[in-house]
Design a protein around this ligand. Structure first.
Ligand code: DLL
Length: 453
């Protein structure tokens, strides 16, 4: 549905995507001007934090990393890293850098263990956040004529509200449906004429399945674009969702501690996410040594906020593994791109000396015809050794009760995983739709290594 005319609109994507840029002045800044701006903003943010936050005042002074010591961007290395533990230690408001009456929103990241990390925003922070979300939505094709269904949870999680205000900033019509109740999601998508979908990629996969079950065809829907983030996903999953819905799906990245969604996002070239470098300084480091790596090498992403007021963070260890793509992008944005996130340092699985991330397992599995993108990795301890089982669903049409056929398929998968990843996990084919579907972030790894059995 076209918002202005109310009429259906045919949209050709592929050869001539509309390469709009939300904020030309900043997104296309010449690199030298961008570095100068980063330095100035870094100095200001450091000054601001040292004035207001005892934790930063002490550790930055000790490290000779006060604003007066930061003469070039190379001096960034003087600044000690900030970790999630540092934030937890100051729960809830110990790192607040503005008087409390200037806080207008509080989000938190749940985390799997312990206390959540609390992220307060000032009015200016919310304004920046909407601007950054508007940038990646525009980069991925959204305009004021779109109708955007936001199927992220609204709440302490930054996905729902973050995307909501960014889409409103553009002037798109927002459907704040939140997550869950998939049949209703699809009904509303169809009846309200949603042209854009926002959720996690794993939830989109689930919506594909439910659409099929409900007999909803692509032609019943007006969807043109999707914006996926919040968890890792592979190119194969992108192809599958794009083909099912007939859309263009772009990736966007962020984390609560830094701002939420809006750290980086893909443009319509779908080849890496532009990092909004006028608001963040990004580095890639060796996660073991903490040393910065040469541009283009894979390592841990470290982020420094240079415009945030309420809770700036300096050299925050994201634990996300990716690399920079320094080549200029044909879209005209000068911001460096980061590759898709391969995984998190804390999600890395080591089985008999082989290191692997769940997304690598996903890539390898989906190279085999007949395999569905629904899988789970189960880790157990057998004696002193870690054992890995990959449970995966077979396409409904291929599933059979015949043990021999299933077993042969399992062996084929084992051989393929070995070829790709040098791993020999146990592979178990499970019946279609038996692996739990998520409405938010999928839980791909079930770690039973600390459980006795
Ligand atoms: O997931 C923020 C967000 C919401 C980003 C919606 C994009 C869209 P947290 O809950 O704090 O915040 O989780 C942050 O999720 O460190 C990554 O490990 C992972 N992550 C986020 N986006 C991506 C992505 C939000 N595009 C953590 N690809 C991060 C891979 C992602 N992983």
């Amino acid at each position: 549905m076209n918002k202005e005319t109310g009429a259906g609109e045919t949209h050709s994507h592929g050869s001539h995507p509309s390469h709009r840029i939300w904020n030309n002045e900043f997104e296309c800044l010449p690199v030298e001007a961008l570095r100068a701006l980063q330095l100035k903003r870094l100095q200001n943010t450091i000054r601001h934090a040292c004035e207001r936050v005892p934790f930063y005042r002490e550790r930055l002074q000790q490290a000779n990393a006060g604003a007066e010591h930061l003469r070039s961007l190379d001096d960034l290395r003087r600044i000690p890293f900030t970790t999630k533990e540092n934030l937890r230690d100051h729960y809830p408001y110990g790192l607040l850098a503005v008087p409390f009456d200037q806080v207008v929103r509080i989000h938190a990241s749940s985390g799997t263990t312990g206390k959540p990390t609390v992220v307060p925003y000032s009015r200016k922070d919310l304004d920046t956040w909407s601007e950054l979300v508007a940038r990646f939505l525009t980069a991925g094709g959204l305009t004021e004529r779109d109708v955007v269904q936001i199927s992220f949870g609204y709440g302490l999680f930054t996905g729902g509200f973050g995307l909501h205000y960014g889409a409103e900033r553009i002037g798109a019509a927002v459907i704040p449906i939140s997550s869950g109740n998939s049949e209703r999601q699809l009904q509303i998508m169809r009846d309200f004429g949603a042209t854009a979908l926002v959720c996690t990629p794993s939830y989109a996969l689930h919506l594909c399945e439910v659409a099929r079950e409900m007999g909803i065809a692509v032609s019943d829907l007006s969807l043109r674009y999707a914006f996926f983030g919040g968890e890792p996903w592979t190119e194969q999953v992108r192809q599958q969702i794009q083909n099912t819905f007939g859309i263009i799906a772009t990736d966007n990245y962020g984390l609560s501690e830094v701002i939420g969604p809006g750290v980086s996002g893909e443009c319509l070239f779908q080849n890496g996410m532009h990092i909004f470098e006028d608001h963040f300084i990004a580095e890639i480091i060796d996660p073991q040594s903490g040393e910065p790596l040469p541009v283009g090498e894979q390592g841990e992403l470290v982020l420094t906020t240079i415009t945030k007021e309420a809770m700036p963070v300096f050299r925050y260890r994201t634990r996300d593994i990716c690399r920079f793509m320094p080549e200029p992008c044909a879209c005209g944005r000068t911001f460096v791109r980061m590759t898709k996130v391969l995984g998190r340092t804390d999600d890395m699985i080591i089985v008999r000396g082989v290191n692997v991330y769940p997304s690598q397992v996903e890539t390898a599995l989906l190279e085999v015809e007949g395999i569905e993108p629904h899988y789970q990795i189960v880790l157990r301890k057998r004696g002193a050794l870690d054992e890995m089982e990959v449970r995966v669903e077979l396409e409904e049409s291929l599933f059979t009760d015949e043990m021999k056929t299933l077993h042969a398929f399992e062996q084929k998968l084992v051989a393929h995983l070995y070829k790709r990843l040098s791993l020999t996990p146990k592979v178990t084919l499970v019946e279609p739709k038996t692996i739990e579907r998520s409405t938010g972030k999928a839980k791909r790894v079930l770690d039973l290594r600390n459980e006795s059995h």
